[in-house]
Each structure stands twice: as C-alpha cells, then as structure tokens.
Design a protein around this ligand. Structure first.
Ligand code: ABN
Ligand code: CU
Length: 692
C-alpha cells in the first residue's frame, strides 16, 4: 500500500490535507468538528471552549512512525470542551473526523475550563457598567463620565473559598488610562471586582481597608510619541541585516522539520503552544531517537504580597489561559529577523467559528558563534582551525495580559536542544500611597506604583526516547572523593568525581537543583553503553535557574501548583497525562492537588528502564526594579538538553571549517593573511581595508 493510499483510506474531506498524525487540526477539521458537535448537542445552547487534536495513543503512533508508507494512517480524533448556557459544569467529549461521529460526551463538575479571549473581554465590559464599580471608581478619583478610561486585566480568581469552583469567576485587576494610548500599569486602582463571566455580573468587590486614591502622576508610557516627547530616540544603532544568499539550511515537509541531521515534527495546540515530537538525529546514516515529545506543559506565577486579595494572584498561564490561545501573530523583520518560515495556528471562537493566528510559529536560523576552535601556541597560533556554527530556532510569543513570554526552542549543531524563554512586557502593578511602607513585598518602580515580588515557574515536560523508550533517569552530582586527604586513594586530596544516582522509583526522582553540586539529570538508555566510555547513552538536562517555590508548604499556591514542589519528578508514561497542574486548572482548590501529585501517588511505581516522563520546574524569582518599568527589557531563562555518551565522538566534525591551517601549511604560508573559507561578508569595522 503506498502512503497516499493509506491516507486516502482514512480521510474525509476535512482531513484531506493532513500529512502527519500529529499535525494540528486544520481550519477545515475544526469546522467539521464544530458541525459534528453542534449536531450531537442539538437543542442545547452551547459555547465552544476547546476543539483540539487528540494525539493518537503512543502504541498506535509508533507503529505508523516506524513505517508510514505502508501503515494505515491513524484515525484523526478530537478532544473538545463546551459550556452550556446556564448549566454548571463542562461538557467534555471526543469525536472521530475519520468516522464523522462524536464518540460521546460527559458533564464534569467541580472544575472550570480554560479561559478564552471572549471571557477576558466580557469582564471589562461588565465592570465598566456596574454601578458599584462606578462608585468605587468615583471614590478612587475617577468620575463616572470617565468609565471608558477604566480598564481591567481579567485574571481567573485563582481560588477563593467564598465561591469555590462552581461559578466561573474572574478577578478584575483595575487600571486607569487618561488616554487610550496610555500604558495603564502606572495607574492601578486599589479595589478588585469579582465577575461571573457566565451570568455577566459583578458578584463582589474586594475593597481594602486603607484606601489608595488614583495616582496623580503622569502616565509612564513607551510609545514612540511619548519617547519623542521626552528623551527622543538614539540614532547610534546602525542596521544589522541577516542575509542568507542561498536560502535556509532546513527542509520542511508539512510540519516535519529536517535540519543538520535532526528530524522532528512541529505541532501546536491551544494550551502548550509549540510541541516537538519524534525527535531524532541521523548519526552518519543511523537514526538515533532522542525525544518522543517535548513541550512547555504548565507555568505558575505566584505573587509574594501576603495582603488579601493578592494571594489570589498566581496565574497558571498555560492551564488557565493557554500559550496557544494567547499566541501573537508574528511580524517579519520585527519579531523575527532574517529568512523566516512561519506556521499558522487555528482555533475556534466561542461560537465555533474558525480563528487563524497568522505566523504563530517562527522558524529560522541564526549564526551561533564558534562551534569549535583550536590553535597551537608553538607557532604563534598559526596552526589553527575554527569552525562556526548555526542554530535553528522554533519560536512563539504569547501575551499573558501584562507579560509577554517568548519561547525559543533552539537546536544546535552538536545535538544540543536548548529551551530559552525570554520575559518581557509589563509588570503587574498595584497602587500605593506616597511614602507607604510596602513591607518588602514589592518595589516602588514609579511614583505610587508598587510592583509585587513574584516568581515565574515553568514546567517542561520531557518524554525521552533515548535510542528507544526503555529509559532511566539518573541524578549526577559533582562530589569530592569520600577518601580523606592522605588516604592512598586520595593522597593529595584533589579527587572529585560524578556521583550518579539512578532513580528506581518515583519517590527517588523527586529532587531539587543544587548549584554547589553542579547537579544535572541524565535521561539515558541503560541498555546502550558507549563503546568508549562504557556509560549509557544519555541526554543530560542542564538547568541552573531553578528557584524553589517560595510560597510555603500548605499555602494555596503550593497546593494548586503541586508540580512546582520539586525541580525534577519522573513518572511512568501514560497516554493523555499531559498537564502537571491538572486537566482543568481555573479555580482548583488544590485539595486534592491535581496533575503531577496525583500521578506520583504513593511514589512507589518503577521508573527504571521503562517509558518515563520527566517534569522539570525552572524559572526565576523576580524582585521588580525601576529598570523593569514601564516595559521590561527581555530577561532570558534557559536550559540545555545535551547529548552525553550518546554520539561516538563530536558529532559535528563534518561541519566545514571557516579557517583551517595545519602546522606544515603554516610553515609554508608564513605571514599569509587569515582568510575565511566560508564567509565573504565579514569586514573590518573601521578603516578601508577589508579583512579578506
Ligand atoms: N497573567 C494572567 C493572565 C493571562 C492571560 C490573560 C489574563 C490574565
Ligand atoms: Cu516577572
């Protein structure tokens, strides 16, 4: 059976363009799903919350991946959640696009599903019209005629025991703009309405005992007109253009990427955003599997001000809003520079109509500095080899109300995969009165503006596939020899070595980063030992920005964000176990803690030499400073997945050097100028002479 036949046999009109079972749902597939759901739930007044690909179970997908040409294409299936007007609970279900039928639905109560853009917009409309909010604005110093100047960032309520989970609630973080072009964050208000987005009403307003009026300071803005009216723009930056005269070095077939021996699938969904699957590396003709699936699976941003109701500020930006739903359309030459390939993302709105985010995923290459170099001191470094590198970057940017998260999945020529997240956008702010003692829980970043301390803790989900799915995870610490100075085995006391602890059970794996031990974690195949080192083929997680979750054990955040209690936690693989803070995150109480703590259970399950998933918590603790205001320069946080004992040797010796001179050549070419073998665009910055 050839490939087209296998696809054709399993497709309907809507699935006709699908090339890979992990391809995100196309607009046509979303439309077909919406029709099926509407017909199935006919008579109910429904609004759509999510319609997303149900990835084939691993056992099914692996058979197809092993032999796509002659294996029937796995059925295209869809998960969906819808809300019924006036009815408590989530209607969740699944359907088959291949068979054109809904499998069934069930109503889940005690949870709230992810927020959509419409939920956010509703909140602002509701608060502006509410008489009690209008009155509170008046008390703050805003006349009712200016209610169009009042804005709110609608955050899920987190969890508030006064209402629990049954009503779909948002807390409206309030701001004022004197002009619609203002940045509202220099003018926060002191009260917080709680809005039911289904009944579209303000159910309560949390008002602090000490009132803090609207700041009279000028808005702190960063639009060109504001900068031109103040400091003006510097004129000292000369253009830097990226040119790739022969085009890009990557190939894309649908969503399959091939670049410098890497091959993988690029997916995208409403929640995790970019998902990379079936990642392998071709080592001189041998396909080496590395990861089955990589994604950013969750994050939490706990704020550290203990005063009510700021304890509610701890956004789960993926589980509550979605890195996909919040993703930006990217602009050529602005967000992305150079020679770019884009992927669009498709969702549906509450009505079920298709939404396309153009240019949601940016794919491009960048110069990556020196890959390797060595020179010989014996001839004044004339004997030398320099090889330069490029990197491939798959990226997206999502906006979480005030913050922007820029997610870069970076592939390096040496087989390393890097995840870098850059944080920019605007601080979440709260009003203060001049001279107020804010108790160390925030910083005055502008007159009357208190930016609370907070953390950004991300959860990276890694399903390793190191030369197959029978994998183990080991913690590797750099330790001193246990032998005392003077002992024959450590006579001079200088001995140090890696201490490798292989996790046998989940409990063993619940570990934290320790910089004093240079701690790292190896995902390895214990059945595949390196012919030279005798060590198992591994990919090492090297991640050094791992603050502990600062809210205390027993706090609301600690209960809700169970995934953030450890930096590494490893569980056996299970289909559809994807979200470490639980399937539905908004308004969870954390009693019990959902997601990872449930999967950990009593922690006794075996995780050695089997199919495992590693969840890694990393991020930053952010004590705001005036330099972060009115908009933050991007701050990076980064980690590496590095091949160790995986390749026979340096896997990139075959990259053409930019410069290479052996000792014998150097003798002959004494005094010859160094010329790049690969680059004729570089030149000296000053003076007329070119470098070549
Ligand atoms: N950071 C909380 C948030 C994210 C997206 C939209 C609203 C609020
Ligand atoms: Cu921050």
């Amino acid at each position: 059976m050839n490939r087209l036949n296998t696809i054709a046999q399993h497709t309907t009109a809507s699935t006709a363009t699908v090339k890979h079972p992990l391809d995100p749902l196309s607009s046509a597939e979303i439309a077909a799903s919406v029709s099926l759901i509407k017909a199935y739930l006919a008579g109910k007044k429904i609004s759509f919350n999510t319609v997303t690909l149900k990835e084939p179970p691993k056992a099914v997908l692996k058979v197809w991946l092993a032999n796509p040409e002659s294996t029937p294409f796995p059925p295209r299936e869809v998960f969906f959640t819808v809300l019924e007007a006036g009815v408590n609970g989530i209607i969740e279900g699944s359907l088959s696009l291949t068979e054109n039928k809904v499998f069934g639905t069930k109503v889940v109560t005690g949870f709230q599903p992810i927020l959509t853009v419409e939920d956010l917009q509703t909140t602002e409309d509701v608060i502006r019209k509410d008489p009690n909010v209008i009155e509170q604005c008046r008390i703050s110093g805003i006349p009712k005629e200016e209610m169009d100047k009042v804005y709110c960032d609608p955050w899920t309520i987190g969890y508030d025991e006064r209402w629990g989970t049954d009503r779909r609630l948002q807390q409206a973080l309030m701001y004022y703009r004197s002009d619609e072009d203002d940045s509202q964050y220099s003018h926060p208000l002191d009260f917080c309405p709680v809005v039911d987005t289904e009944t579209k009403e303000v159910v309560f307003i949390d008002i602090p005992k000490i009132r803090r009026p609207l700041s009279k300071a000028k808005h702190s803005n960063f639009n060109p007109k504001d900068i031109l009216a103040t400091t003006g723009y510097r004129d000292s930056i000369k253009p830097i253009n990226v040119t790739q005269p022969e085009g890009v070095s990557f190939k894309m077939n649908g969503n399959i990427m091939e670049w410098q021996n890497f091959k993988f699938h690029i997916g995208f969904n409403y929640r995790e955003g970019i998902v990379l699957s079936d990642i392998s590396y071709n080592e001189h003709g041998t396909k080496r599997d590395i990861f089955y699936r990589l994604s950013l699976a969750e994050m939490v941003v706990p704020y550290g001000c203990p005063d009510f109701p700021h304890q509610r500020k701890h956004a789960f930006d993926l589980g509550e809003y979605g890195a996909g739903y919040m993703t930006n359309p990217l602009a050529l030459g602005c967000d992305c520079k150079g020679v770019i390939h884009y992927l669009d993302a498709h969702f549906c709105d509450r009505a079920g109509d298709s939404i396309t985010v153009k240019n949601a995923v940016c794919i491009h290459e960048e110069d990556d500095g020196v890959l390797f170099k060595h020179s010989d001191f014996r001839d004044g470094f004339a004997t030398s080899i320099v090889t330069r590198s490029v990197k491939l970057i798959i990226s997206q940017i999502f906006t979480a109300a005030n913050y922007e998260y820029m997610v870069y999945w970076i592939f390096h020529i040496d087989g390393t995969i890097q995840l870098e997240i850059k944080l920019t956008g605007i601080l979440n702010t709260y009003v203060m009165v001049p001279g107020e003692d804010i108790g160390g829980y925030g910083t005055q970043v502008y007159p009357n503006v208190n930016a609370h301390n907070h953390q950004h803790l991300f959860s990276l989900r890694i399903n390793p596939n190191i030369d197959g799915e029978s994998n183990s995870v080991a913690m590797v610490d750099a330790v001193q020899s246990e032998l005392p100075v003077g002992h024959p085995g450590n006579k001079y006391g200088n001995g140090f070595l890696p201490k490798r602890t292989v996790f046998k059970t989940i409990n063993d794996s619940l570990t934290s980063y320790k910089s004093e031990l240079s701690r790292s974690w190896d995902m390895c195949n214990p059945n595949k030992l390196h012919e030279f080192s005798g060590k198992p083929a591994s990919y090492k997680l090297v991640s050094k920005e791992c603050p502990p979750l600062l809210p205390k054990e027993g706090s609301l955040v600690w209960k809700r964000a169970g995934f953030a209690r450890h930096h590494v936690q490893v569980v056996p693989y299970k289909d559809y176990q994807l979200y470490p803070a639980g399937e539905y995150v908004p308004q969870t109480s954390g009693e019990p803690s959902r997601g990872l703590p449930e999967w950990i259970g009593d922690g006794t399950a075996n995780i050695e030499n089997t199919d495992v998933v590693l969840y890694h918590t990393f991020g930053i603790t952010h004590f705001p400073a005036p330099e972060d205001f009115p908009v933050m320069p991007a701050e990076p946080v980064s980690l590496l997945l590095r091949p160790r004992n995986f390749f026979k040797q340096n896997p990139c010796l075959d990259v053409p050097p930019s410069y290479a001179m052996t000792t014998s050549e150097a003798k002959q070419a004494a005094n010859a100028e160094k010329k790049s073998l690969t680059d004729d665009a570089s030149r000296l910055a000053f003076g007329s002479c070119c470098s070549r």
